[in-house]
Design a protein around this ligand. Structure first.
Ligand code: SME
Length: 193
C-alpha cells in the first residue's frame, strides 16, 4: 500500500539517481560510526525521562542520519499476539501493519532471529514498501523473553549489511529492549490481542 505513495515522492529516474549517489561504507568507516553512536544510544536508553516512543524515535533518528546508505530505518512494534505496526521510522513510507510470518519483518518476529537479505528483489517473502530498497537487515527486540518489536533497516545498495552490522544493531536492540522493560508500554506495545 505504501509503494504507490512512495512513488509520488520523486520520479523513478530521480530516485534511482539519488540511490546511485550513495556510496557503500567501508568496514572501518562503519566501525567508527557505530563507536561514535554508542555513548549517545547508551545515554538515551538510560534516560528514564523519555517515553518509549521518544526513546525509539531518537534511536531511529541517530541510526538513520549517521549512515548515508540507510534508506529506511524504523521499528515495527508488536501490537498484539501476531501483529506489528510501523513506527517510529525515518525514510519514505513504511507499510502500516505486518502480520507475523509475512515479509522479512514478520518472519523475524516468528523466528526471533536476525535476518540479512542481500537482494530483496530475489526474496519471495519480501514486502516491497518502496521499490528503491535493495537490501535489508531486520533485528528482533525483546522485553524479557518476549518479542516486543523488530528494527528494520533498508538500503538502496545491494548487500549493504554484514555480520558486523548485525553485531552492533543487536547490541543496540538489546539496550532498547532493556529500556522498554523499565517503561509503561500501554498504548505502545502489546503482547496479546
Ligand atoms: N522490508 C519489510 C517491509 C517493511 S519496509 O521495507 C519498510 C519486509 O519485507 O518485512
Amino acid at each position: 500500500m505504501a509503494e504507490p505513495i512512495n512513488a509520488l515522492f520523486g520520479t523513478a529516474a530521480a530516485r534511482d539517481g539519488a540511490a546511485g549517489s550513495v556510496v557503500a561504507l567501508s568496514k572501518d568507516e562503519k566501525v567508527a560510526i557505530y563507536a561514535a553512536l554508542d555513548p549517545f544510544i547508551h545515554d538515551l536508553c538510560g534516560d528514564d525521562r523519555l517515553s518509549p516512543l521518544a526513546m525509539m524515535d531518537l534511536v531511529v533518528g541517530a541510526l538513520h542520519n549517521a549512515f548515508a546508505p540507510f534508506f529506511w530505518t524504523g521499528f515495527y512494534r508488536r501490537i498484539g499476539a501476531a501483529e506489528l505496526e510501523v513506527g517510529p521510522s525515518q525514510g519514505t513510507l513504511g507499510c502500516s501493519h505486518i502480520a507475523f510470518g509475512r515479509g522479512v519483518c514478520g518472519t523475524v518476529a516468528v523466528r526471533q532471529q536476525t535476518r540479512i537479505v542481500d537482494d530483496v528483489h530475489a526474496e519471495p517473502n519480501h514486502i516491497a514498501c518502496d521499490s528503491a530498497s535493495r537490501s535489508e537487515i531486520v533485528v528482533p527486540v525483546f522485553v524479557g523473553d518476549r518479542l516486543a518489536a523488530v528494527l528494520d533497516v533498508d538500503s538502496t545498495l545491494p548487500a549493504a549489511f554484514s555480520d558486523m552490522d548485525q553485531v552492533h544493531l543487536e547490541q543496540i536492540c538489546a539496550k532498547v529492549g532493556s529500556a522498554l522493560a523499565r517503561r509503561d508500554l500501554r498504548g505502545v506495545i502489546a503482547f496479546e490481542d
